[in-house]
Design a protein around this ligand. Sequence first.
Ligand code: ATP
Ligand code: MG
Length: 573
Amino acid sequence: MHTLFMLTEEKNQENLETRSSVNFIEAIINEDLRLGKNNSRVHTRFPPEPNGYLHIGHAKSILLNYGIACKYNGKFNLRFDDTNPIKEEQEYVDSIMEDVRWLGADWEDRLFYASDYFDQLYDWAEKMILDGKAYVDDQSAEVIAEQRGVPTAPGIESPYRNRLPEENLDLFRRMKAGEFQNGERVLRAKIDMASPNMHMRDPVMYRILHAYHHRTGNQWCIYPMYDWAHGESDYLEGITHSICTLEFEVHRPLYDWFVDQIQETDYRPRQIEFARLNLSYTIMSKRKLLELVKEGYVNGWDDPRMPTISGLRRRGYTPEAIKVFAEKVGVAKRDNVIDVSLLEFSIRENLNKTAKRVMAVLNPVKLTITNYPQDLTEDLITENNPEDPDAGMRTIPFSKELFIERDDFMISPPKKYFRLSPGKEVRLKSAYIIKCNDYRLDERGEVVEIFCTYDPESKSGGAGSNRKVKGTLHWVTVAHAIDAEVRLFDRLFKVENPEDVAEGEDYKTNINPDSLKVLNQCKLEPIMANAIPGEKFQFQRIGYFTVDPDTTPDKLIFNRTVPLKDSWSKSAL
Ligand code: ATP
Ligand code: MG
């Protein structure tokens, strides 16, 4: 059903460059403007239901709606579609506002809630009853669903369909007054039980729900259904282009029918559908994300492995990278699956230009330079970011005892191993060329110390700095090292399409059991003692990392955002 676009890094780049500047939604808007519709206004909205945290798919929608408002000098609203009190909570409202704001989408003073319109919606419903356009049905949800039938044959009309307006009005008022139990009655639009579009077969407008609502409290015990509330909310806010995902395409006739019932002037909102964002190796259903949280597969909605905006933020993603990603993905009319590597590519590109390069040793082993003076500490100069001309330089202490990466030493290396091994030379980044002469093993045969000599003439930036050796290693001094915990994340799912499962199994069987690896012996260069939560770094030769919000003065915690591409082949000075 879905086509998987396998995007290599080069293709990603190509993709960015070949996109035409007007997408199909903009083409529709341009035509509306040409015709002078809605006084040539453009007004969009993002309408989340506060029943979970926002994810990268929502980010796509937010940036699309906000981007269009900006492009056409229009307006953008944030509206909570809070019509289902059972699943909705204030916590979700707060997180959604934080995430939309973080992405840079500014709703200015236009923060709304569908629940702001409950009175107006109710009044319109009474009017529809009096116009013979809506009726109270006493049947159960099951019977109503059965009578609706199948698309290929007309449905069965409810025995209550031709109730007189006065009786409908009386019953509807009593529904509102709380006289009936949940499910006892509903209000239905009177449209067409023979329509080939099932959504037009007398859809439910109101149901009885004795439930506390996070904003209206116990004021209401009837709640409007999505289709009824949505178009009318658009209308009340003066929305011109109501952009939503493809599953609403079949709802569009109903959206239009409901707007027809209340339209008073030439102004009219229109619904436009685009393909939702799907990502490989990723689950995007809010219900399933909630399940992962509730059942402890992840540590909360903002776990850095989650595709939520808060998870991506904690992982080290920036709004800029997400924007670039959303633009690269573009706006499609057909469902597709985007390779998650495109998202990783976007953050890597962004951090490459902005993140300070630092030295961090994740799996340390001790290295002693036998011919280096015992008590000497040199302040060596190193670049903060060669990609950023304004980033400047800093000093880093160097002394006799160092840590290097355990992986950077091998006793009997294969051919083409350009890191350290007995008798071989490497450069220590921003420091000297060293040669390995010996090593010491513990009783289990593990290397515990490497012994080297250094070439005092080979200092980086000095007269002898142009002497070439094949490998360059990062390092930190034992005496100045800062301890840290580093969390490495892998994809949360083992397979491209986590929903693709055998009969009787569900997406959870595809969870990657090794998606989190915690390293707690890591050693960082001393300036890292001042790192603050959210700050981003490139750990040289390893990847991009950010400081986790759980960091305390006693315990520094870093999250790996993404590994470096080809980290080992590109060991530059
Ligand atoms: P559900 O309705 O199942 O709870 P939802 O993801 O549709 O989940 P909403 O809060 O209704 O949640 O979504 C808000 C808006 O975000 C809608 O306009 C919806 O079309 C859009 N949206 C949701 N998921 C995606 C996605 N993967 N890609 C693009 N837009 C999306
Ligand atoms: Mg939805």
